[in-house]
Design a protein around this ligand. Sequence first.
Ligand code: ADP
Ligand code: MG
Length: 623
Amino acid sequence: MDTVTYEFKAETRKLLDIVINSLYTERDVFVRELISNATDALEKFRYESLTREEVFDGHLPLEITIELDDKAKTLTITDTGVGMTREELEHNLGTIAHSGSGAFLAELVEAAKKDVNLIGQFGVGFYSAFMAGKTVRVQTRSWDKSEGHEWLSDGAGAFTISPMPGLRRGTKIIVELKEDAAEYAEKWKINSIIKQYSAFVTFPIKLDGETVNTVQAIWTKNKNDLKDEEYVEFYKFIGNAASEPMYRLHFSADAPLAINALLFVPGENFEVFGFGKTEPGVNLYCQRILIDQHSKNILPEWLRFLKGVVDSEDLPLNISRQALQDNALLAKLRKVITKRFLKHLDEEAQRDPDQYRKFWSAFGIFLKEGVTSDYEYQKELGKLLRFESSKSADGEAISLADYLLRLQPDQEEIYYINGPSRAAIEAGPYVEMFRKKGIEIIYTLEPIDDFVLSHLAEYEGKKLVSADRADLAITDKDEPAAETDAAAEEPRLDKETVATLTAWLGKVLEKSVAEVVVSRRLVDAPAMIVNPDGYMTSSMERILAASRKEHGMPGLGGSKKKMEINPKNPLIIRLAELQRDDEEFAAEVARQIHDNAMIQAGLSVDPLEMVERNYKILNRVVQ
Ligand code: ADP
Ligand code: MG
């Protein structure tokens, strides 16, 4: 076959345009990207060759060579990795690896505008060669021994592929530098880029014949032999990061499994920057040989924000990637490492609470995801959760352990209530009795929080209970709120009237509530909505309803609520009279009280109906 010309795919052209024009200031990264691809190709070859008797060009040393020619203005990077077949060449260097989604491109542009350092998170890849290259020539021969080929492009709209006999295994990339990029043919420049970005590449990099990196697996070294800077540099290398990590954990174990692990929590949470779901960032090695890059198997999904390396010589070296998924040993390894990491977080939280607060506000969402999705680590995760509470300062979060220290003498349960803000919760009816009794109540301010606490179910043997539950253990069991009050003199409805009123209200509101009862816990507010269902809180119900709506599913209608009324509240007292004098209007007022209580519970009401009713009531007031 002779030379064939191909057009780049539309998204590829777009990406090329962005890389060449918008990311221009970050030109150095192209060297890193090409070295990183060479490393990937070498890792793949090493991994594949483990299971073969014989491999093509097996005698070639696994290494990366860089040659510079300042006269011809070229930079050439050669590796002895897997190489590419003709089809691979056409596919891999003609389309975008990242599934070429438009969303990816949009994110890339946004990120580049905000902070060019974030670009590293994307891995702009092979096409970055065109930042500095007038033309890029890729000469490659696959380890399957098929014929070699040359790929050539000027990064505009097209590329060509031609047969090229006589190549060895691997890939040679020749970048013919642009006029203003001549410095990339100078040794000092390339040397400094390698020092900055690629110092930890696990294969020798030879620059004009001289090895410029020290190949080292720092995770297998002794902690005492490593400096902070070395850790930071290593983190930046494997995390493609520009800033320092927030935490690091370096540990070794011999039993029950031989492990060397080096894990980092990044300086920031990239998922909240709108980059989409973070890909796992921990690589799995066996005796320093990479067996699973960005492994989905070595840690649970909710720890996907971690970067680092896990190396275990207990794993079989020739394990296939598919077999990793349900390998029992790996499952054991995952458990040991996860527990060790969570323990580390707990220790860090004790050691430096301020730093842990920073961690929590950036990454707490992942731990919450862990509680709701993974039963296995609930005990460890429970210790790490933080929430605001009625006894915390505004904006400050406490742990469940802090809460337990402040339990009231007879208190058997841990209480929480959801709301959009501290102010909204404190103005609502649910916290009244807690305030009166001096019982702490946790404020769950995020929509996911009620799911988290309901999954967790208990902490240190104390049940976690939402304060909008109908049957709180803490309410005064025998007497309605007002009767236990010292101020029993205050006006209140007598038992008989209350019985008539609740029965009547039950009828008026029968469409939406299961029952109307006298409250044993309201202090000031006239009424509140409570949930008979022990599991579902109002907040959870609201979220489920919203999500069903979003997916075009009919609402579930929710479980029927109970409404509690406060016989001491002036409005309720007047309502009893009104019910006798003008039942029809009293029913309107009753419905309005119900709707108000629903809103305070964060639940939805029919707004049109409510506004109409509201005007009716107002009309009567201004008469
Ligand atoms: P990524 O490395 O994220 O996959 P790149 O744009 O850097 O994306 O590279 C695209 C693909 O081209 C790689 O996945 C790989 O299959 C192939 N490739 C690039 N460089 C090499 C190389 N030196 N040797 C073999 N394959 C390569
Ligand atoms: Mg790459």
